[in-house]
Design a protein around this ligand. Structure first.
Ligand SMILES: [Zn+2]
Length: 169
């Protein structure tokens, strides 16, 4: 819950906003409502052209695997963030990308925008950057074993299986 105005720093009060049908933080100094802020991030299931395996990575010393992703910068659209993050983290350039779903993730106050993308080649050697501990291709069954549970990664993996985007052996 925000306590102070992000523009002038005055203490906010709760005021009813009829359009929203509820109380919203209001700055009496600026005479404006101050809606709660949240983060926006992209995450992407990356496939080879055959769609038999999906790429996942380990980061920040964790032992479970996650999909490639990152925060959307101010002034950037989600597609630009996706292309930038794929290049920054793995030196990859997508052949194509498709939006799948969005999910608000409470622990990091982040609206996650999930995509899938295709890349031309399977070779991951020498591509990962310092931000990545390890990146590998997984079959659907293997990915289910190693995926981080209870967050957007697990939902994204479920979706790609349900939509038949990966060969399920
Ligand atoms: Zn203010």
């Amino acid at each position: 819950m925000m306590k102070h105005c992000s523009v002038c720093g005055s203490a906010l009060e709760m005021r009813f906003l009829p359009d929203e049908g509820k109380d919203i933080p209001y700055c009496p100094q600026c005479n404006e409502y101050r809606f709660e802020m949240f983060n926006v991030a992209v995450c992407v299931a990356i496939f080879t052209p055959k769609h038999d395996k999906v790429m996942m990575m380990r980061q920040y010393g964790r032992d479970k695997y996650n999909f490639l992703g990152g925060y959307v910068n101010k002034g950037e659209n989600a597609e630009e963030a996706l292309v930038r993050e794929m290049n920054e983290e793995m030196g990859m350039k997508p052949l194509s990308y498709t939006p799948m779903f969005s999910m608000y993730y409470v622990p990091s106050n982040t609206l996650m925008l999930a995509f899938y993308a295709e890349v031309a080649e399977e070779d991951l050697s020498g591509k990962k950057t310092d931000e990545v501990d390890d990146a590998k291709w997984f079959t659907y069954a293997e990915a289910q074993e190693v995926v981080i549970k209870g967050a957007v990664a697990e939902r994204l993996l479920d979706e790609i299986g349900r939509q038949g985007l990966i060969e399920v052996i």
